[in-house]
Design a protein around this ligand. Sequence first.
Ligand code: TRP
Length: 373
Amino acid sequence: MPEDFVVTPWEVRGQIDYDRLVTQFGTQRITDALRSRIQRRAGELHPMLRRGVFYSHRDMDWILDEHEKGNPFALYTGRGPSSGVHIGHMLPWFFTKWLQDKFGATLYFQITDDEKYLFKDFEELDEATRVGYDNALDIIAMGFDSKRTRIFLDTEFIHHLYPIAVEAAKRITFSTTQAVFGFDNSNNIGEIFYTSIQAVPAFLPSVQAGHDVPVLIPCGIDQDPHFRIARDVAPKLGYPKPALIHNKLLPSLLGPEAKMSASAPASSIFTTDSIPEAKTKIMDAFTGGRATVEEQRRLGANPYICSIFAQYKFIFESDDAKLAEIEGTCKSGERLCGDCKAELWDSVERFLRRHHEAREKAKDRLEEFLLRD
Ligand code: TRP
């Protein structure tokens, strides 16, 4: 098979074939039947479900079965604090908040400062921890319910995490990590151990409650390999296997092949971007437009490769009729890219101003959310 794209927890490259990933990883596609079931339980369907942004899962049916039986589930997601937070990182968080609101679920939010140090994003561990605390502000600013949300940094909560990590680590061989992550003899032993730390919050709700608690993990499909391992060890430790619901990754503002990262600031809107910085990024973004206005009027443009259309579809336009109108007028040539960007910018600006404010307020609220040893 040609290696035209790569998706691992640490590297995402090329034009991703999301259907092929479902086969490669052995996950299930979200079917219409499952969507209807979620809709019945939640009372509505989140746009990211309607549009296939969240498109794959493991054991989501079981989560709904348990919920129907009156057995509430916990949510678990996380953030690797390699840099500031951008909109692509927040994509699963919007959805997680929706799940928390609709199902009244307790959310465990892991910040993996250890991971980002071990995998060489930082020279000094305390630098990763500092970025982790800073990222926690963005998480709080999302509006999660403080009574039901527990945020923790690995290095600050390790006393609680370690016993469970050790139990998991004993049942994961080096050869499993080689097969799943492609590790070899040159990987440091912290990298090899790390997956057992990311497994812990899948079991923590059961440990804390003293009985089995179903756990649902909303995350980018790139994180699935960790949880394939966590699911394998779960029964050996006497915990239920965590369920997963996976999202596609938000395309970069620089085009379908470009990656979104802090090393290419123009690739995404970061939460700490100033208003003029963010506006420039939107106005300079890659589109599916034609070389000239005349051509575009005559031939129409291509929304399916356009980073601006992706922003509408994944996050900023929740109304399906309006999204269809954007798509239709783009393809017919009625809509020009400059206007389309300006229109999107209105929504992004509103979002960013609100987030800046909430992020400032979060500085006084950290202790309401943080778990520490
Ligand atoms: N490894 C993830 C990252 O680099 C962080 C993470 C930890 C995570 N636990 C998680 C992501 C659970 C999703 C779900 O971003």
